[in-house]
Write a protein that binds this ligand. Structure first.
Ligand code: AMP
Length: 148
C-alpha cells in the first residue's frame, strides 16, 4: 500500500502523524511524507500572508525541516517511511504527487498553518479531497466532550 502523508508543520500535522503512527499498516506499506514549499510567486503581495518575502531557498529549507521532523516522528511505524520535498502550489502538488506515485491513500490535516493564507489560497484539505485520484483521510485532533 502507498500512503502519501502531506505535512506543513502545523499542529494539525501532529494529529495527522499520530494517526499514521498508531495504525497497523498492511505488510509492504510505504509511507511518503511530503511537504511542499509554496511557490513565492503565487503568494499575493501582502506582508502578513505567510511566506511573502521569503526566498525559494528559505521555503525549501523550511519544507525540508518539516519533512525531517515528521519522518522522525513516525519512528516505529509498521511501514517504510520516505521523505519528499517539492515546490509549487501545495494543492496541485499534493494531488500530482499522489497521481504520479500511484498513492492508494492521501492523509492531510484538517487545517494548516495560517487562517489568512487559507482564506487567500483556499483549503488544501478541501481541494485535495475533491481532486485526489485516490481516497483521502482528513486527520483531526479529537474534540474534547463537553460535560455541561
Ligand atoms: P489547510 O487547508 O491549508 O488549512 O491545510 C490542511 C492540511 O493540508 C495540512 O494539515 C497539511 O496536511 C496539508 N498542507 C497544507 N499546506 C501544505 C504544504 N505546503 N505541504 C504539504 N501539506 C500541506
Amino acid at each position: 500500500m502507498r500512503v502519501l502523508v502531506a505535512v506543513d508543520g502545523s499542529e494539525a500535522s501532529e494529529a495527522e502523524l499520530r494517526t499514521v503512527r498508531e495504525r497497523a499498516w498492511p505488510p509492504g506499506t510505504t509511507i511518503r511524507v511530503l511537504s511542499v514549499a509554496p511557490d513565492p510567486v503565487i503568494i499575493p503581495e501582502m506582508g502578513a500572508v505567510a511566506d511573502v518575502g521569503q526566498t525559494r531557498e528559505t521555503l525549501l529549507r523550511d519544507a525540508d525541516g518539516t519533512v525531517k521532523q515528521s519522518v522522525a516522528a513516525l519512528h516505529g511505524v509498521s511501514a517504510t517511511v520516505e521523505p519528499a520535498v517539492r515546490s509549487g502550489d501545495p494543492r496541485w502538488t499534493i494531488v500530482d504527487e499522489a497521481a504520479n506515485w500511484g498513492a492508494d491513500l492521501i492523509v492531510v490535516g484538517s487545517h494548516g498553518r495560517t487562517r489568512l493564507a487559507r482564506l487567500l489560497l483556499g483549503s488544501v484539505a478541501e481541494y485535495v479531497a475533491r481532486h485526489a485520484p485516490c481516497s483521502v483521510e482528513i486527520a483531526r485532533e479529537r474534540q474534547r466532550q463537553s460535560t455541561a
